[in-house]
Design a protein around this ligand. Structure first.
Ligand code: SF4
Length: 330
């Protein structure tokens, strides 16, 4: 099998990754703390549940050192509602060991990382890749499922030994090991998910044996539909964009978006200036987008101003792409 999936998965990740509060820059002082904290919280818990707990923890304990000095009762109180309280105790114990024994660093060797309380095979590999860019893949359920589908193997047969054998053919090969670990997890969560894999928009479908061979895929494959839309951005001179949680486009109702309409020109159309034309895709829709803007002090009732320079966590990549484009106007 002579193909390198890594490039495709990483390119997909670069364009589609969610902005999550623990995904800080490579040089951030809090990188280790945020990763350790989020990995403990994410054990058996979904991302959307973890986000508010992560925010609470980091506002009370802004760094590893402050967490290591915390009292256990306080930690358990903050953990309330997240369940599996053993994780909280292990987190505290691990933070103390990291601070005292390792000078607030992560041990270099995976076997040593594994000796920390509450850290097993999976978490030690994730941390080694994320913090030291070690060439390892962490096998959570998502990653195993993706690999098993690509190779059309049973999930239970995918383990490190097997993967090393498979990877002699350099299916996964990169020096961006840290990103690859995250990309595979993200890809398994957002595209190759367990019940309804989105093969119709999968960037590696031509490499996927499951896609090629399975009849099931015919049932889940949906044809991409084309849609032409106009996006209207109200901008302020201060570098803000007006966003709403509701739109009348019939999709993406949950997200913060500028005004979106199907292409129908009317009288008020003249006020808008065309900034760009581009293509994007959402769900099973291929979008041909015309991006318009106008500077305005007045915005519709259900809109609020949002700085395009603000740290935009929770803003979907579709909208961030718009931010990037309108930023040329400031
Ligand atoms: S084609 Fe479908 S099954 Fe194969 S990797 Fe992509 S999403 Fe998963």
């Amino acid at each position: 099998m002579k193909f390198n999936l890594t490039k495709k998965v990483l390119a997909w990740y670069d364009n589609n990754k969610r902005t999550l509060p623990w995904r800080v820059g490579k040089k951030s002082n809090n990188k280790l703390y945020y990763r350790v904290l989020s990995e403990f919280m994410l054990q058996q818990t979904q991302v959307k549940t973890v986000i508010p707990y992560f925010a609470k923890f980091t506002s009370k304990f802004p760094n590893l050192n402050s967490l290591s000095k915390a009292n256990e009762k306080k930690i358990l109180k903050l953990w309330e509602g997240l369940g599996y309280y053993r994780r909280a105790r292990n987190l505290l114990a691990t933070s103390r060991i990291l601070v005292k024994r390792y000078n607030s660093k992560l041990p270099q060797e995976i076997d040593e990382i594994k000796t920390l309380p509450g850290i097993g095979d999976y978490t030690s590999n994730v941390l080694a890749a994320l913090i030291y860019n070690k060439p390892t893949l962490a096998f959570d359920g998502n990653v195993k499922r993706v690999i098993s589908r690509i190779l059309n193997m049973e999930v239970r047969k995918i383990d490190f030994k097997e993967f090393k054998k498979i990877n002699k053919k350099k299916i996964f090969n990169t020096n961006r090991n840290s990103d690859l670990v995250e990309a595979m997890m993200e890809f398994g969560a957002l595209v190759c998910n367990s019940k309804t894999p989105k093969c119709y928009r999968c960037p590696i479908k031509i490499n996927c044996k499951f896609y090629k061979s399975s009849n099931k895929i015919k049932q889940i494959k949906k044809e991409m539909t084309n849609k032409n839309i106009n996006i209207f951005c109200y901008l302020s001179k201060k570098g803000e964009i007006a966003l709403t949680k509701k739109n009348n486009s019939g999709f993406l109702n949950e997200f913060n978006l500028p005004k979106i309409e199907s292409i129908k020109k009317n009288k008020s159309f003249k006020k808008w200036k065309l900034l760009s034309k581009y293509k994007n895709s959402i769900s099973n829709k291929k979008l041909n987008i015309n991006l318009y803007y106008q500077f305005s002090k007045d915005i519709p009732n259900n809109y609020s101003w949002y700085s395009i320079k603000r740290n935009n966590e929770f803003i979907p990549s579709f909208t961030k792409h718009i931010f990037k484009q309108v930023s040329v106007l400031f």
